[in-house]
Ligand binder design. Structure first.
Ligand SMILES: [Zn+2]
Length: 316
C-alpha cells in the first residue's frame, strides 16, 4: 500500500469525529481522542527509528516529547511491533516513520492506527526523481545517508506538527529552518572528508546495501553482500565476486554494521586472505540504527560523522 494512504485514513477518521459520527478505533477508544497539547502538555510523538526521532525532536523542540521504538543495533527491515509498542503507539498524538518500506513488517499496524491518529512517513513528500529506484515502484529506503536529502524531509515533519498544534506553528517553522542549516553544513563536511580519500581507494564494501545514497552524494563507489533489505540470504556467488574485486583493486578495508550480523563480512576477509590479499575490518558503521542515546553516535549528526570518519581513516 502506498504510504500516503495512511494519511487519508486519518483524514476520514478526523472528519467522522468532527461531524459526530463517533468513529471508534480498534481498541474501543474514540477517534482523535486525547491530544496532549489540548491541555498544554507536550505532544507525544512516537517514531520508528532513532533517525526519525531525531528529526521530530529538532523540529518539535520544547513542545514535544519524542521516543523511538527501535533502539541501538535494531534492524528495521525485520522489526515487528511488540504488544508493548502497540500500546505506546496507541498513546501517541503523532506517529512518524521513515517509509519507502523500510519498516517492511509494520504496515498493518500503521494502517490500523491511522484510523485514529496521524501516521506520517517523513519520506512521503520527497520527489521521486531524487530517489533511487530498485525495480518497479520500489525505492531504496536508506535516504538518511544523503544528508541533504534527509534535510528535505523536514518540511513534512514541520507540517505534521503544525497541523496538530497550530498554536506553535511558527516555532516549528523556525526550528526546522535552523536544523536544515545545520544539516547543510554537515553535508559539506561529509563531502570534504570523503574527497580526501584517493579516488582509486574510494570503495565502500558493507554487509547490506544501505549506502547507495551515501555513495551518490559523496562520490564513493558502494558494494554490498546483501541487497537493500536484510531479509534474504547472502549468495555465495556475491561473496566470491567481492573477494575478487577487493583483491584485484587492493582495497584495504571492509566494514561491519551495528544492525547486521558480521558473518558475511568475515567470510569476505577470509576469502581475501585465502587469495593472499590482506583486508581488514575498517570499523563498525551505523547503517539502519544509531548508537546508544547519550553518546555522540546517538544523534543523527554524530552517527553520520562517526561513519564518515571511520570510512576515511580505514581507506586513506
Ligand atoms: Zn537497511
Amino acid at each position: 500500500m502506498p504510504d500516503s494512504k495512511y494519511r487519508s485514513l486519518w483524514a476520514v477518521a478526523l472528519l467522522a469525529a468532527t461531524t459526530g459520527c463517533g468513529a471508534i478505533g480498534q481498541s474501543g477508544e474514540p477517534a482523535a481522542a486525547t491530544q496532549s497539547n489540548a491541555v498544554g502538555q507536550p505532544l507525544k510523538i512516537v517514531a520508528t527509528t532513532a533517525m526519525v526521532a531525531d528529526l521530530a525532536q529538532h523540529v518539535g523542540g520544547e513542545h514535544v516529547t519524542v521516543s523511538a521504538l527501535m533502539g541501538e543495533g535494531v534492524d528495521p527491515h525485520l522489526y515487528k511491533a511488540t504488544s508493548g509498542d502497540v500500546a505506546r503507539l496507541s498513546r501517541a498524538d503523532l506517529i512518524l516513520y521513515s517509509g519507502l518500506h523500510l519498516e517492511g513488517k509494520m504496515g498493518e499496524v500503521f494502517e490500523r492506527l491511522a484510523r485514529r491518529k496521524p501516521v506520517v512517513a517523513v519520506t512521503d513528500d520527497l520527489s521521486r526523481d531524487r530517489l533511487l529506484r530498485v525495480g518497479g515502484e520500489q525505492y531504496d529506503p536508506h535516504v538518511w545517508f544523503d544528508v541533504s536529502l534527509w534535510g528535505s524531509t523536514l518540511p513534512a515533519v514541520e507540517r505534521a506538527l503544525a497541523e496538530l498544534d497550530p498554536a506553535h506553528a511558527t516555532d516549528y517553522r523556525s526550528n526546522a529552518e535552523r536544523y536544515q542549516a545545520e544539516l547543510a553544513k554537515l553535508d559539506e563536511e561529509c563531502r570534504a572528508q570523503i574527497a580526501s580519500i584517493p579516488e582509486s581507494r574510494r570503495v565502500l564494501v558493507t554487509a547490506h546495501d544501505a549506502f547507495h545514497y551515501f555513495g551518490r552524494a559523496y562520490d564513493i563507489e558502494v558494494q554490498a553482500i546483501q541487497g537493500i533489505s536484510t531479509q534474504s540470504e547472502a549468495a555465495i556467488s556475491k561473496i566470491n565476486e567481492l573477494v575478487e574485486l577487493l583483491s584485484d583493486r587492493g582495497i584495504k578495508a571492509v566494514f561491519v554494521e551495528t544492525s547486521v550480523s558480521e558473518r558475511n563480512i568475515r567470510a569476505l576477509v577470509e576469502g581475501c586472505a585465502a587469495r593472499g590479499h590482506r583486508v581488514e575490518i575498517g570499523g563498525q558503521l551505523y547503517s539502519d540504527a544509531m548508537g546508544p542515546s547519550g553518546t555522540p553516535e546517538g544523534t543523527y549528526a554524530g552517527m553520520v560523522r562517526h561513519n564518515v570518519e571511520t570510512i576515511r581513516r580505514a581507506l586513506q
